[in-house]
Design a protein around this ligand. Structure first.
Ligand SMILES: Nc1ncnc2c1ncn2[C@@H]1O[C@H](COP(=O)(O)OP(=O)(O)OP(=O)(O)O)[C@@H](O)[C@H]1O
Length: 251
């Protein structure tokens, strides 16, 4: 039987950002400069500036359903940029993103995917259950009873049952642990059961036990429900998954 799911393919992605230094909006005169003399500094800056910085050059990758694709590389290698391109949030100068062999339809892709950012952006005073219910109300048009049961089953899947009634908290307000907070962030963007889940460094800042819990949970999501999972990590060695290595590019 053919496995259903969502395959995402990036072909020849090149992404540059402008690094051209902008001219200062105000003219700055030094004592030595004549009032009507144009400062030469601006011309020198223009000459020194390369104009654009290559973040990604000719990158190919394929994320398949039932699997995890890890984007690996050091800080500044372009992992977040590639994830944003795969999610249809950034448009590269060159290259194509295909979803099930068709060019990406950004509006449709937004509905079938979830994007978990590197930083947790949660309300510290809400409990875990309230946080997930808030996201469920925004994303799912279901009666209250069904919303509650979706939230309860997601909390079970994420291993958050025991902290359902605990405040999320943050650096100032005592709440759940860092690993639990990451799992709540994943839940917020996975409440609509997306076919594709994209996560920017889901294990950063966590101890090895919490990181492993997240990895096991994501593996279970991919392997039991055929989800396509794409994530970024700093270090290679993410067990049992496809990996794409990015390196910092000076150009
Ligand atoms: N909007 C922007 N303006 C200027 N520079 C940017 C911008 N976006 C990305 N960059 C630069 O592009 C490069 C790649 O950034 P990106 O965030 O994709 O890397 P990363 O591999 O995810 O890094 P990290 O692991 O530290 O999060 C970096 O040098 C970054 O400074």
């Amino acid at each position: 039987m053919k496995k259903q799911g969502c395959e995402i393919e990036a072909m020849g992605i090149t992404y540059k950002i402008s690094s051209k230094k902008r001219e200062h909006p105000f003219k700055i005169f030094t004592k030595k400069q004549e009032i009507n003399q144009e400062p030469k500094q601006v011309i020198n800056l223009e000459e020194a500036s390369p104009g654009a910085k290559h973040v990604l050059k000719d990158v190919f990758c394929r994320a398949k359903p039932w699997e995890i694709l890890a984007i690996v590389g050091p800080s500044g290698a372009g992992k977040s940029s590639l994830l944003e391109i795969l999610a249809g949030k950034l448009t590269p100068q060159n290259g194509t993103i295909l979803v099930n062999q068709n060019p990406i339809d950004k509006a449709r892709f937004k509905r079938i995917s979830g994007y978990v950012t590197q930083k947790d952006t949660l309300f510290p005073l809400l409990t875990v259950e309230e946080t997930l219910m808030f996201s469920a109300r925004l994303r799912l048009r279901l009666p209250q009873a069904q919303l509650s049961s979706s939230v309860k089953s997601l909390m079970k899947e994420l291993g958050l049952d025991h902290v359902a009634m605990t405040r999320v908290g943050d650096d100032r307000i005592r709440g759940i642990s860092g690993g639990e907070r990451r799992r709540v962030s994943i839940g917020v963007d996975a409440i609509h059961d997306p076919e594709v889940l994209i996560l920017d460094e889901p294990t950063s800042g966590l101890d090895s036990t919490s990181a492993l819990q997240i990895i096991d949970m994501l593996k279970a999501m991919a392997e039991t429900r055929g989800r396509t999972i794409i994530l970024s990590i700093h270090q290679p060695g993410f067990p049992d998954c496809e990996a794409v290595q990015l390196n910092t590019y000076d150009g």
